[in-house]
Design a protein around this ligand. Sequence first.
Ligand code: SF4
Length: 761
Amino acid sequence: MATPPRTEQVIDPVFVEPPDFAAGAPAVRSVLDSLHRKTGLVTGAAALLRMNQPGGFDCPGCAWPEETEHRKRLEFCENGARAFADEATRKRVTPEFFAAHSLADLTMRSGRWLNEQGRLTRPMVKKPGADHYTPITWFSAFELIARHLNGLDSPDQAAFYTSGRTSNEAAFLWQLFVRVYGTNNMPDCSNLCHESSGTALTQVIGSGKGTVRLSDFDAADAIFVLGQNPGSNHPRMLAALERAKQNGTKIVVVNPLDEPGTRRFRNPQRVDGWVGNGTELCDLHIPVRVNGDVALLKGLCKAMLEMEAQSPGKVLDRAFIKEFTTGFEDFAADIASTAWEAIETGSGVSRALITEAATIAAAADNTICCWAMGLTQHVNAVANIQEVINFLMLRGNLGRRGAGACPVRGHSNVQGDRTMGVWEKPDAIWLERLGTEFGFTAPTSHGYDTMDCLRAMDAGKVRVLVAMGGNFVAATPDSGYVEAAIRKCDLTVQISTKLNRSHVVSGNTAIILPVLGRTEVDRQPGGEQFVTVENSMGVVTASRGRLKPASEFLKSEVRVVAELAVATVGTRSAINWRRLADDYDLIRDHIAKVVPGFAKFNDRLYDDGQIELPHAVRDQREFATASGKAEFTVHELPALNVPVGQFVMTTIRSHDQFNTTVYSDNDRYRGISASREVVFMSAADMTDLNLQAGERVNLSSGDGEATRTLSGFAVVPYRIPRGCVACYYPEANPLVPFDAVATGSNTPAYKSVPVRISRAI
Ligand code: SF4
């Protein structure tokens, strides 16, 4: 499949020297610019004062927790403010817009252009063979969807996708509806991102969630940031790292790219963030080669075991290892037999640098490891994360203040959706609790996750997709394959706030159901409603919309699920769906009875505005694993199967995007503007290939019939290891082979793809 054709003119990228700091005055300018262009300065600024504040709304951006101990009057980052402005934009996508823009036209538009058109305002339908969306009433839309769903030979011919922006209340009702309908086909966006974390952690510590609180960052002696670029993807994390630095914490950054976001932070909420140099964050940057993490982590463990051998009892937490773990001997034997040479080759990092980092870890009583997609989206992703746990356990860094595992999630409620039961592999206990509470027998056979769902669509086994938010088409890999599979569906339904490629690439019939955003007032017969979301650290917070809805025709996500349920299963379930949508307290009362850790949910919320979920590892050092202990694991060094002359491509996000939502073609932290069709390469590799900055190249992956090509991408010199290149997500997704998935979690391997690079003729 070649580069998607575009209506917009292709523009040459402009390069400037990247800054060596994150945030600062440029971040404030960027926020003011977004507000000015999208919401209006006064309206926008007033609303932002309610974001991440008690009684206000939760940021629709990432899942970094808001401060409670150190909460500020302005408790948001640049990207949170832009996510807000993007949702609260004054622009509208009306029926007139769809009359003016055919699907043939919209298919040629970039994701950024589609997003910039504004908020959806009315339910729309694309009938079979039609080239335009036309208006449809809510009633007719629900009836049409119900006819399709009930017309299938089996409920397993339908799939229900969930994006991480879906609130707990909507997610709980959604999974209930889907299970009453009769399937567990619940693919969700965490399948594409932290599924590898959940799978890896559950196997070795008995819980799929991180084990730290935000306050632990104030008590850590060392923080390792692996495969994560917090400056752009979790910016308020920089404030926690800044405080840690002021407490004397050592910060080690493991990332192929040397990113300004982890070098220096100019905190705009402090004077030195304006007039001074801000705070230097990174003490040691480890430029690991793309997908060299298993080798690097084994190297860190090897160096620490060697230190322990020289000074017995000085490095390892023998008491923790003895009492709380199993498998240490096999692990240590494997590490001892892994040669430094193989470690250096596999990681692309010298023994000396690895030892320097290990020395920091050995000197730290309390260490936290944070990670994101840079570890979770590889074929060996599960091994990456389990090696992190091996590394942490050497000094007992689990279930202790200032220490632990911290997978940082990229979508505000992706963790909450899973907690609410949005999972294609529900356990029997969950299904029984749900069935008991609502008086029905839930389906027990496991359903399709995202990748299996796409395979089933391609095979004609799934014929209806109903998506709650998100951008299923753009977020998934191997775009050519995905778009062909989607087009095989009889019906695709998008429950959305804004336009994206998933509205343009659709099934034979397509329906758009426009919903309220999290920032908007949600009034129901039971009064003004609030929802809840769960952040990366297991804190569930109330979120109350404050803005006037973008259109009088919008419904809340909860109301849409209730009406869909009434239309589809209303006659065969005793559940009063509409009553639950009238008053979300009723949904929370059910959550309190079904979901562990949510007892007295409403009372605790009304008292404190948030609840902290229990965590057996963090709170009691209890490990619900097969052995009842934390488990050391042994992993082979991944084969570096990159043919000679080829590169390993990793996909990255720019500073001007949030997941698949692109705000502009600029990337301030990498010194790029005006284009996203770029490939970052080391200056040394460019010299070898005799390539100049800005020169156009073609990138290809796969071979024979499975060859995928992106044409005319501009080369950008950047601080990245030799043999490795980087391109933006989702533009580079067409190059990611569909079958390249993480073993054990089925998460696409967006982060390491062998590619050939040739000069564009
Ligand atoms: S760090 Fe994440 S959650 Fe916090 S304001 Fe920024 S984007 Fe929003």
